[in-house]
Write a protein that binds this ligand. Structure first.
Ligand SMILES: Cc1ncc(COP(=O)(O)O)c(C=O)c1O
Length: 425
């Protein structure tokens, strides 16, 4: 434009009050309207939207936001390996060698040596015959579950299931059934009733539940799977590198044979300080998925940096089993201090996911907001992630949290919660 001048620009842009009201194609969508109402509610209460808040630096037990240091319980850098010098160096070397992208789906031209190395190491670590990595943990569940089961089959998951499991089950076209998390008699009765009505059946459970923090009772799950001739898939997003003496997950923790679980699933984004997901299991299962699973063959390979970071993190996990041990101890310590301060925290004693249920969405948002002012960052979890009456603050404990940080945090949380409850009365 040759007439580009301040005067011309002023003419082209109407004064703010003259701008037509912003219209969106989703303005009359019920879900969008509900979202806008919730934002309005926050604004009316002088609170910022607590989500998508930027932060500086590596997500350790302390983060920087707006030039302020906050003790953080919102990241799942469980073993403190994000930012570990060896992990960072491995990612940088991989970029130097391969660039920043795998540049194609692995089945065509996206395969690099590192992909095979990571898969071999994961399989060795878990004791399975083989493993396969995908570019996202979420995508791993969606794509593997929906590819494994189809019409005359059934997928059964519980009330705590992660959205990626539910989505995969729905997309599969198989029948879906749900049961109350931990209600093994309920699951048994459901299968007594329904088992004859479907061909193959897959029970999908989580090693550590991402919202409530319970650890899977693997013995029970395996007993029921065997009784009803089902397959068992366990999502170890929050138990890989955590549960079991050396962090090998729920099978190690329960002292059960590796074959007890048919499909191991996990993410690279938590203990392994990277991004992506994996499945592990028998050779045939992995071959079937490697050559035919849509989420693998129609999607780019895991990036070189992410692959190398996960390999380096896994190497450290193998060498340093004191990391998962410390994390489990911190989780126990957090719950003990919480009890001493009158707070009721959900989940098993050694679970790194520690939820404080506070009631409705507003209460959770306000508590999180008030804690920021006291130097503590912990995310509110609200609808649709949880039900309207179980809004909560979810604390992710990590091996990096010190006992001092926990001792300083918990009483402040108890005080702020008490203040809010009193003002609500
Ligand atoms: C139980 C569970 N499964 C799968 C995922 C998806 O993993 P990712 O975030 O690595 O895509 C998550 C994410 O937090 C999760 O909690």
């Amino acid at each position: 434009m040759t007439t580009h001048s301040a005067a011309a620009e002023q003419q082209a842009i109407p004064a703010e009050q003259e701008l037509p009201e912003r219209k969106s194609i989703v303005d009359d969508f019920a879900g969008y309207r509900a979202l806008r109402r919730r934002f309005q509610d926050l604004e009316d209460n002088d609170m910022a939207i607590p989500f998508f808040q930027p932060r500086d630096g590596v997500s350790h037990s302390v983060i920087r936001r707006d030039d302020k240091s906050l003790v953080s319980f919102s990241g799942y850098n469980y073993l403190g390996l994000n930012g570990h010098p060896a992990v960072t160096a491995a990612a940088k070397n991989a970029i130097d060698k391969y660039g920043t992208s795998a540049s194609a789906s692995r089945i065509v031209a996206g395969q690099i040596e590192l992909h095979g190395e990571l898969e071999r190491k994961l399989a060795n670590f878990l004791g399975t015959e083989d493993a396969l990595v995908f570019i996202s943990g979420y995508l791993t569940n969606v794509s593997v579950i929906s590819h494994l089961l189809a019409r005359p089959d059934a997928v059964i998951y519980d009330s705590g299931a992660h959205n990626s499991i539910i989505t995969g089950a729905r997309l599969s076209g198989a029948k879906t059934f749900t049961y109350q998390n931990g209600d093994w008699d309920g699951l048994d009765a459901l299968l007594e009733r329904e088992r004859a009505g479907f061909r193959r059946g897959l029970i999908v459970a989580e090693g550590v539940y991402s919202m409530d923090g319970q650890i899977l009772d693997l013995k029970k799950a395996v007993e029921i799977k065997k009784k009803h001739d089902m397959l068992l898939m366990v999502d170890e997003a929050h138990s890989f590198g955590i549960a079991g003496k050396t962090g090998r997950g729920v099978c190690e923790a329960a002292g059960m044979p590796v074959e007890s679980i048919d499909v191991y699933m996990g993410t690279l984004s938590k203990t392994l300080a990277s991004s992506g997901g994996y499945i592990a299991g028998d050779r045939g299962l992995i071959e079937y998925m490697r050559f035919l699973c849509p989420g693998l063959i129609f999607s780019v390979g895991l990036s070189p940096a992410d692959t190398a970071a996960a390999i380096a993190a896994l190497d450290i996990l193998e060498r340093e089993p004191h990391r998962p041990k410390r994390l489990r101890e911190r989780a126990k310590f957090f719950r003990q201090v919480a009890r001493e301060n009158g707070l009721s925290i959900g989940g098993d004693e050694e679970s790194p996911v520690a939820s404080l249920i506070v009631g409705d969405d507003k209460m959770a948002m306000m508590l999180s907001h008030n804690l920021i002012a006291r130097g503590i960052e912990v995310q509110p979890i609200v609808r649709p992630a949880v039900s309207a009456t179980t809004a909560r603050l979810r604390f992710f404990l990590t091996a990096n949290h010190t006992e001092e940080q926990i001792l300083q945090t918990v009483p402040v949380v108890a005080q702020e919660l008490e203040k809010l409850r009193r003002s609500a009365d």
